[in-house]
Ligand binder design. Structure first.
Ligand code: DGY
Length: 326
């Protein structure tokens, strides 16, 4: 019998990661291009050392209980809101994520959505493809200026921070709100201004979300917060859907409380509030934040290395619950 770790993978990952896993482990996996059910995950982890899963797999205590010998839950994502970390911690199971490698790629996506919704690129694309365009016009598809506008960053972690040089490239004025305020010298060198959340919402032309999803950030933006925003403001969300009350967002868009939104994430993925499918002032992407070949390969290799390390009894490099070793 092989002494390689036995790993269960819930969906195919990029080719280089597959090579790594096939070389270093005894791999069993879902070969279909679809989510697994809870029961299928519970069946899949029978007799394995490690579970390599995705942000779409809800890993709760019932799943963890299905294999008391499980040595790791390695998530292929920086966000780990899909894993019941408290339950894993109680069972002394390490949970890992993939921080750092997707930072720039996700910031690029946030900026792509910001530019798209501001300059109505997707809307114009639909118009042209519908053969509705009969020539240039001075009043067609007028958008919002990005240069010299004010960007409000909600969250200034790795991805939020990566928005700053991008914003500077467009001569934007950058406000931020974060759990921890930067030192004055850091604010000065980054040229960012700290604001309370309400003030940031009131002053920003673009509001971009960069906080993790947890109990404190669920519905961080709802009816009251949208009522504070400028009517010409545009919202960008590449973080997690439940940070925004999606019904309240639809109402704010319908009533003109805000002008538009660029969304990559949704409250109940893959479903959207039905009105969002029809709104021309909303750009909707299918959770593509980290979606480049290079970044998904780095995430895959990182998740695989985390999984392999924990299966071998080593400290996995990207552990989110270090308290299991206390
Ligand atoms: C993550 O890693 O949390 C991203 O949402 C994946 O795109």
């Amino acid at each position: 019998m092989s002494d390689k770790p036995r790993i269960f993978l819930t969906r195919e990952l990029p080719p280089k990661t597959m090579e790594l896993l096939q070389d270093q482990s005894v791999l069993t996996m879902n070969h279909e291009d679809r989510y697994l059910t809870k029961q299928e995950i519970m069946n899949g982890i029978q007799g394995v050392d490690g579970l390599l899963c995705l942000l779409t797999d809800v890993i709760d205590d019932e799943i963890l209980a299905a294999n008391p010998a499980l040595k790791v839950v390695a998530n292929f994502a920086v966000g780990f809101n899909n894993v019941d970390v408290d339950a894993a911690t109680a069972r002394k199971i390490p949970v890992t994520n993939t921080p750092g490698v997707l930072t720039e790629t996700t910031a690029d996506m946030a900026f792509a959505l910001l530019l798209d919704v501001a300059r109505r690129v997707s809307e114009g694309d639909r118009f042209v493809r519908a053969k509705a365009w009969h020539g240039w016009g001075p009043l067609q598809f007028l958008g919002a200026d990005v240069s010299h506008s004010t960007l409000g960053l909600i969250g200034l972690g790795r991805i939020g921070m990566s928005m700053v040089p991008r914003a500077r490239g467009f001569s934007m004025n950058v406000l931020y709100w974060n759990r921890t305020r930067l030192a004055p010298s850091e604010e000065a060198s980054l040229q960012v201004t700290y604001c309370e959340l309400d003030e940031l919402l009131q002053q920003s032309d673009f509001v971009s979300l960069h906080v993790a999803q947890n109990d404190e950030t669920r519905y961080l933006l709802g009816k009251r917060e949208f009522s504070l925003m400028k009517p010409e403001a545009l919202l960008v969300n590449t973080a997690r859907g439940p940070i925004v009350d999606e019904k309240a967002l639809v109402s704010a868009l319908q009533s003109g409380q805000i002008a538009g939104a660029g969304l990559d994430v949704y409250e109940r993925e893959p479903l959207l509030e039905s009105e969002l499918y029809e709104m021309d002032n909303v750009v909707v992407a299918p959770h593509l934040g980290s979606g480049t070949i290079g970044t998904r390969t780095k995430m895959g290799n990182m998740a695989a290395e985390n999984c392999l390390a924990a299966c071998r009894g080593q400290l996995p490099p990207n552990l989110v619950n270090p308290q299991i070793y206390d």
